[in-house]
Write a protein that binds this ligand. Structure first.
Ligand code: F6R
Length: 638
């Protein structure tokens, strides 16, 4: 960890094994530890400038990536007396048009996350004005540039990166020497911003942004990228040729830039994804499997048909030296994959379990399936859920959040009107109806409205769990408090959340826990729900019943584990696929055009059927049995 500071200022080319890479980068286990170190670098700079009686000029970014850096800077201000009195800031961008008071504005963001909590002078804060008129825009942008130069230029520029490869809002096509200007946002950028704006139609089409030239003029640049969603664009930026199609590649020409990455964001880099292409490897069992699966996919040959030549031609001769021949290695890796397949996710009673993913005993297990939203259970593991119930295990479903913000106003109004028509609790229904009828884009739902939306999701969940044969008493709605803000931005995880998670685990004393292992979005609800589970496990790990508890992670609607990572693959017959589809259909409020669609326009049930089919096809391509579909799990060892 401490290495970061030592190597932060080294330029690309000084690592032994960074072939293919054109930008210096450092990979951390977690975005949190990385953010703390970046904050330290900024704090050191502020102090150094202060000791020289000079201003410290910072270029700042918004978005999810820098949040933890700002959190740490605020902590340092409060607990260590770090002063911002000599700091001058210039923000990268702002939506256009955008009012400062709008909670989606970058003005609001910066004040909420940083400026309101430190002693920066208001006159030292510069954020592009989202209300600037068309006539004044040109001069305004020139003045922004002049102002940066007048205070001595940017000492440090903090960046995130968009999936289009934008830095600031410099979308593809931006010029190397561009300055501050207005720009039209790419569709992908607007899709990514849609959840915060409650739908793509509300996302502004334009923004005002510092240019590539402005950013490049900074003396030091640190770009942050977290999560698997950024992995592809990070690879293109670090390893690709410089191109205006990926504006972040222009940073290859800057001689004091560091990309700070977590495991997810770095996962497509050649040295991470296929290290054998870069250097000689220490071949752990996991790496061997990864390499063999990769080779099989690359050559489009089943594992058992790979030859010595295939290995030698693809940088893997070292592996053969360790393992003998391709023949022996192939059989070993094939068996490993074969042993991940089971129709008995709760373990097969009275069977030899030496090579099975789950233990045979106890034959009847107590199982908790944690589902971040009310529907992830059936979407992500409906087939396995069904088998666990059918095979006689005591299955509990625990919905971690209410999921209320994903219920549309129209849906809520429909239910409130029905309630009113039936004259049950007419006062509450009336107040919900009048709230919804007057609601504007900026309004946060009233408590009653949120309650109703949560109830809608509860009703749908119970319909699905009943369909899969579960008693209502085995269905638990945890309503974790961190989620209950009524907005897309959630609270931080609190002790109350963790206590609720601990309580249900204590009450049930499960032999198996299933949870959503979604790490792609570091700030998304799934990740917070997983953190809540990890904290609970940490707290409970010394309890004797936890010795018998195994944790299996499934992935949410968007991704699947890589074939080489899968430790349990549960196959489904075509009939089971249909049954799963029906269970998902009970979640009607999330069907036929959901509020938080993402950039994949397919319905959830279609996405997940595609994904389960593809997993099965991948197994088949590797030379294993040909199933209709498969759900996949990775074991988490705590
Ligand atoms: C924000 C900005 C953008 C973001 C980028 C990544 O001021 O200029 O370039 O840094 O869109 O956003 P997040 O961090 O939300 O993934």
């Amino acid at each position: 960890m401490a290495d970061y500071k030592k190597i932060a200022y080294t330029k690309a080319g000084k690592f032994e094994d960074n072939r293919f890479e054109k930008i210096h980068n450092v990979i951390f286990d977690s975005s949190k530890e990385a953010s703390i170190l970046v904050a330290q670098e900024i704090a050191d700079l502020i102090r150094e400038k202060n000791s020289q009686n000079k201003p410290c000029v910072l270029g700042l970014a918004t978005g999810s990536s820098p949040i933890k850096v700002y959190e740490e800077l605020v902590r340092m201000h409060k607990e260590e007396g770090l002063s911002f009195s000599n700091v001058i800031t210039f923000n990268l961008d702002e939506y256009l048009p955008m009012d400062k008071s709008n909670i989606q504005s970058y003005f609001y963001f910066m004040h909420e996350h940083l400026f309101n909590h430190v002693d920066i002078l208001p006159e030292n804060i510069n954020i592009p004005d989202g209300k600037i008129s068309n006539e004044d825009l040109y001069q305004y942008c020139i003045d922004y540039e002049i102002k940066i130069k007048a205070v001595g230029g940017l000492d440090f520029q903090l960046l995130g990166i968009g999936r289009t490869g934008h830095i600031g809002f410099n979308e593809p096509g931006s010029h190397f020497n561009s300055g501050t200007r207005s720009i039209t946002l790419d569709h992908i950028t607007r899709v990514d911003a849609a959840p915060a704006f409650l739908g793509i139609d509300n996302v502004p089409r334009k923004a005002i942004t510092m240019g590539i030239g402005t950013v490049r003029s900074a003396k030091r640049i640190v770009l942050l990228a977290w999560g698997g969603n950024k992995a592809q664009i990070i690879k293109e930026t670090i390893e690709g040729e410089i191109t205006s199609n990926v504006p972040a590649t222009y940073l290859q020409e800057h001689n004091n830039t560091t990309f700070v990455l977590d495991q997810g964001a770095s996962s497509e880099l050649t040295r991470v994804k296929t290290p054998w292409m870069v250097t000689s490897c220490v071949w752990s069992e996991a790496l061997k499997l990864k390499a063999v699966v990769w080779l099989s996919e690359l050559t489009k040959k089943p594992i058992l048909k790979l030859t010595d030549k295939d290995y030698n031609d693809n940088g893997m001769s070292g592996l053969l030296t360790d393992e003998g021949t391709a023949y022996d290695l192939n059989i070993k890796m094939f068996n490993k994959l074969q042993h991940t397949i089971t129709g008995w996710p709760g373990g097969k009673p009275n069977a030899d379990d030496t090579n099975r993913p789950e233990r045979a005993n106890p034959a009847k297990k107590r199982v908790i399936i944690f589902s971040p939203h009310p529907d992830d259970d059936v979407i992500s593991m409906g087939g396995t859920f069904d088998r666990l119930v059918e095979q006689g295990h005591e299955v509990h479903i625990a919905y971690q959040t209410s999921g209320n913000i994903a219920v549309s106003d129209e849906e809520a109004l429909k239910f409130a009107e029905i309630a009113e028509a039936l004259n049950s609790n007419a006062e509450k229904a009336k107040s919900i109806i009048s709230f919804l009828k007057q609601k504007t884009d900026n309004d946060i739902d009233s408590i009653e409205t949120r309650l109703l939306k949560g109830m809608i999701r509860r009703g749908e969940s119970l319909a699905a769990t009943r369909y899969l044969g579960l008693e209502d008493s085995n269905v638990h709605f945890l309503d974790l408090p961190f989620y209950e803000t009524g907005t897309i931005k959630k609270n931080n995880l609190s002790q109350d959340d963790v206590d609720i998670m601990c309580k249900i685990i204590e009450d049930i004393k499960p032999h198996q826990i299933y949870a959503a292992g979604d790490l792609a979005d570091p700030h998304g609800t799934h990740k917070v729900c997983l953190d809540a589970l990890f904290s609970a496990l940490d707290k409970l790990k010394s309890k004797s019943y936890m010795d018998d508890c195994w944790v299996w992670l499934y992935r949410g609607a968007w991704h699947e584990w890589e074939s080489y990572q899968i430790e349990m693959a549960v196959p489904m017959s075509p009939d089971q696929v249909l049954k799963k589809r029906h269970a998902i259909f009970y979640h009607q409020s999330q069907k036929d055009g959901v509020m938080f669609q993402g950039d994949d326009s397919r319905e959830f049930w279609v996405r997940v059927e595609d994904r389960n089919r593809i997993t099965a096809e991948k197994y088949n391509d590797l030379g294993l049995a040909n199933y209709a579909a498969m759900e996949a799990f990775v074991r988490y060892h705590f």
